[in-house]
Design a protein around this ligand. Structure first.
Ligand code: NDP
Length: 500
């Protein structure tokens, strides 16, 4: 028996608009069932378009006339530090909500909440270092100032795979810049985002600065994308939703931040430390049940070691502990919902039907309830198999052998995505050459999935636009304004007229 339990009744959450808790204008509730247990664990209002408009209006007023964008960064930082402290004080509670709604293991969920507090803390401190530029090289006559000003009202649309952590990679950064926000979490996993509202209130955030609206993307999210009162929308999710955001943004030419899909390669060269690489690749593909935008989905391995490495990796993968998300010993929990599980299984079955070989996993685990899939390794994959092209978003890894360095890079880059890549070799020159050549916003060498709020992240190609985290993550939510100042008597363009 472990301390974390399923709730007897679903926990009830409300939306947070203009500093008030509300069920909004609709009368529907969304009920979330735990993906690992099938029991109802949480409920929140299915927000409406009107709720989204109310929230946008509140954020607009808070930006246009409220204190938040106008106060010294040091004052904003105090509030953000307090939020970080409150998150840390509530790790157990937030972690349990996250675990129950997403199906991820409780130990991992609590780690993500703790990590989120650290991200809030980084953004709080970094807010005080935001500065513009002075151009003092324009000659005696001119001096130019480059100001960074808060961008305005930001819509933040987040997915279900890392609800609280992904929000932490965006919200404190835009707040640090002096912006205000309307946040729409995934309709399936809104609990921790709504609970955050109470912590924001407790920390002293002025009303209307952050508004939290649960509800469907097609309704609440679309209002954010379409609204002329919103200056920027940050979307983390599928490429399809990214395209909708681009289409909707033409209305008021709003700025977009997009973090979309990936089809991320791990390139293993012949000289790699094979035990370390096998462990890293297994972690990279199975973490969060493969529902990780930067997770491993293609193993590009030198032909001379392909067989031995595949066997080592398969042995590691078979030992991954998949099971009850509430058990602290669990390493991989359940997939997000049943339909998604069947989609993941159909990629495996479809590949096998076309001649792929299953080396590890291959189907569901023995768990009676819940959406559990075994970490699955496939060889003999060919270009016609959708599993080689599409983002599966499950614990499925396809093996592709290579012969030369150029081959490895060509295969790694042979995708419409460009989110992340991992390189395994002990040859520093090879590692650095591969790092340069690979088309990805994030590259790991002899490790994977390491991150920290200091480093910016984002995608190349169809994986996205813009960067989150790091100082770039605050700059993203600022507008650059340039001012030229004349320091000399004016040389007139039109000569003085007689007598005047
Ligand atoms: P979606 O893109 O559908 O969802 C992400 C967010 O966008 C959710 O909050 C969703 O709302 C919202 N949304 C959906 N449609 C619209 C719209 N028309 N206007 C505004 N907002 C909208 O992704 P899914 O959650 O369905 O996941 C599907 C795929 O997306 C995954 O298989 C994976 O490929 C990719 N993905 C990538 C992630 C990443 O980190 N890069 C994270 C999650 C998913 P709603 O609550 O209604 O779903």
């Amino acid at each position: 028996m472990h301390e974390n339990q399923l709730p007897a009744t679903p926990r009830r959450f409300q939306m947070f608009i203009d500093g008030r808790w509300t069920d909004g204008h609709g009368n529907q509730l969304t009920t979330r069932h735990s993906p690992g247990h099938g029991t109802p664990v949480a409920q929140w209002p299915a927000g409406t378009a009107q709720d989204a408009k109310d929230a946008i209006r509140a954020a607009r007023t808070a930006f246009d006339t409220g204190p938040w964008p106008r106060m010294p960064a040091a004052e904003r930082a105090k509030v953000l530090f307090k939020v970080a402290d409150l998150i840390e004080q509530n790790v157990d509670e937030l972690g349990l909500i996250e675990c129950l709604e997403t199906g991820k293991p409780i130990t991992q969920a609590k780690g993500e909440i703790r990590g989120a507090a650290d991200v809030w803390r980084f953004a709080a401190g970094a807010s005080r270092s935001m500065a513009g530029e002075t151009l003092n090289n324009l000659g005696d006559r001119l001096l130019a100032l480059v100001l960074r000003q808060p961008l305005g009202v930001i819509g933040v649309i987040t997915p279900w795979n890392f609800p609280f952590f992904i929000l932490a990679e965006r919200l404190p950064f835009l707040l640090a810049a002096g912006c205000t926000a309307v946040v729409k979490p995934s309709e399936a996993t809104s609990g921790t985002t709504l609970r955050l509202g109470e912590l924001l209130q407790q920390a002293g955030l002025p009303d209307g600065v952050v508004n939290l609206v649960s509800g469907h993307g097609s309704e609440v999210g679309q209002v954010l994308l379409d609204s002329d009162l919103v200056d920027m929308v940050s979307v983390t999710g599928s490429t399809g939703t990214g395209r909708k955001a681009i289409q909707a943004s033409v209305g008021n030419i709003k700025k977009l931040g997009l973090e979309l899909g990936g089809k991320n390669p791990h390139v293993v060269f012949a000289d790699a430390n094979l035990d370390d690489a096998a462990d890293g690749v297994a972690f990279g593909m199975a973490f969060n049940a493969g529902q990780c935008c930067v997770g491993a989905s293609r193993l590009v391995v030198h032909r001379s070691i392909a067989e031995v490495f595949t066997q080592k990796l398969a042995a590691k993968m078979r030992r991954i502990v998949v099971g009850d998300p509430l058990d602290p010993a669990t390493q991989v929990g359940a997939l997000f919902d049943e339909a998604h599980m069947h989609k993941v299984l159909s990629y495996i079955d479809g590949g096998v039907a076309l001649g792929a070989t299953v080396v590890a996993g291959g189907g569901r685990t023995g768990c009676e309830k819940g959406n559990f899939v075994q970490p699955t390794l496939l060889t003999n994959v060919t270009a016609e198999m959708p599993l080689l092209r599409d983002e599966i978003f499950g614990p499925v890894l396809a093996v592709i052998p290579f012969d030369t360095f150029e081959d490895a890079i060509r295969i790694a880059n042979d995708t419409e995505f460009g989110l992340s890549a991992s390189i395994w070799t002990q040859d520093v020159n090879l590692a650095l050459r591969a790092m340069r050549e690979v088309q990805a916003g994030r590259v790991w060498i002899n490790t994977t999935l390491d991150n920290g709020p200091e480093a910016p992240m984002g995608g190349m190609k169809q994986s996205g636009i813009g960067r989150d985290a790091g100082l770039a993550g605050i700059e993203e939510y600022t507008e650059v304004k340039t001012a030229h100042i004349n320091l000399q008597p004016r040389t007139h363009w039109i000569g003085a007229s007689d007598g005047l």
